[in-house]
Structures are given as C-alpha cells and as structure tokens.
Write a protein that binds this ligand. Sequence first.
Ligand code: PGA
Length: 244
Amino acid sequence: MAEYKPVIIQTNSETEFADKAAQLLWEQLVELDEPLVTLPTGSTPAGLYQVLLERYGDQSNIWEQIRYLALDEYIGLPEDDRRLFQNWLARDILDPAGVPARRRITFNSMADNPAQEADAMEDWIAENGPIDIAVLGLGGNGHIAFNEPGCSFDSAARVITLAPETRQANAAYWGGLEHVPEQAYTLGLKTLARAKQILLLVSGAHKADILDRTLNGPISQDVPASFLRTMPNVTVIMDDAAKK
Ligand code: PGA
C-alpha cells in the first residue's frame, strides 16, 4: 500500500482555523463546475460555516451550483427531526447559503429498507461522482464519516451500528444518550478514497492523541482515519490545540 504525507496546515487559534478552512474550501469550490461536496456535522466545522456565510454568503452563483452529498446520517428519524444531519447542515449552511434542495443528495432516514437505501447511494455516486471535495471531521475514536474502528478499508456506503463512544460523543449534541439513534448510514472508506480532494478538519486538545495516531501511527483499521495516508490528495487543517 503506497503511503503519502498529507499536507498539514497548522493554525494558531479557533478563529484562524475557521478562516483558513473557509479560504481553502472556497478557493477550490470556485474552480469547479457543479462540485460534488461532502460537509461534516459536529462542533469542529461550526466556525467554518459561519465564515463561509459571512464572507461568501452573497455569491449565489456559486452556491446554486454546488451539489451537497451527505457523509452520514442517523437512521429512523422523521424528516423534520432537528437531529438529522441534513437538517443540521440545512440550518448552519445549506439554507442560508441557498444550496437548492434538488442539489442535496441525502440518505432517507426512514427508508423501509436501509441497506437498499445505502446501496442506492453508492450507485448514485458511481453514476454522478466522483466526489470533488470531501470535507471531513475526525471522530474521537478515529472515525471519518461513521466508519468506526474495525471497518474495512474496502467499504462502500452502508448501514452501521454506532460505536458506544460515538453515541456518547453525540449525546452532547442532543442532551443525552437516549436521544442518539443506534444505527446510521455512512459513506464507505472506499467511497471516500475516490474523492479528488480531501480536507480533514481537526480542532481542540481532545483530538490531539487521535490526530497523532492518524498521522503517525500504523495505518490500521483500529484508526479508520489513518487510511487517509493511502491517498495522495489529503489536506489536514488543524489548530495548535490539536497538536500533540
Ligand atoms: P466533532 O465531531 O466535530 O463534534 O468533534 C467530529 C466527528 O465525530 O466526526
């Protein structure tokens, strides 16, 4: 397996982190025609979305041609549930920026047959992809999207059972573990590996250990994000706090 060194952009504050991430992402977006882009949920990208809106929110000609692709999604929640990642991103960026509803490619949380829904997503990407820019967050357990430790590097979009530590981390968003679904959809590692560009966002001291394992530890299923080192086109944007 060939190994590559991701480009690392280190920033010295939360503000600079959001600023650099927004600048880098925007520079790439404006170069592309109908870019297919994934955007993460979580606390890490909140500043990025704010800066994007403040700085480029009026560039409707760009936003209107972006194709937003879901990275992951909870299973079993109704379409107006605020916990749905598609609704979270709608609130934080897609609605205020004006990304048209028809250009949002999402998982149906209430699908009768979730496995089939995941397969249909993989088929859609095969037909309409590849992903131009995969913007990713890093889970405290090393997941990217919801590819949890132990998952295959060869994985496609699929249904997964959330790891206990992921449910625990997500409990902070929704006021308790009982509000966090047990199952979710995720794009696979193989799906993400075909992206033309990958931007991994990592901020905060609580991510320092896992980022160090991602960048310097063995490339292993124990840390799914370490798989990014098998790809030639990865940029990591981090803040000082995330440095070990
Ligand atoms: P966080 O989530 O940004 O809230 O830390 C990251 C993730 O689980 O991908």
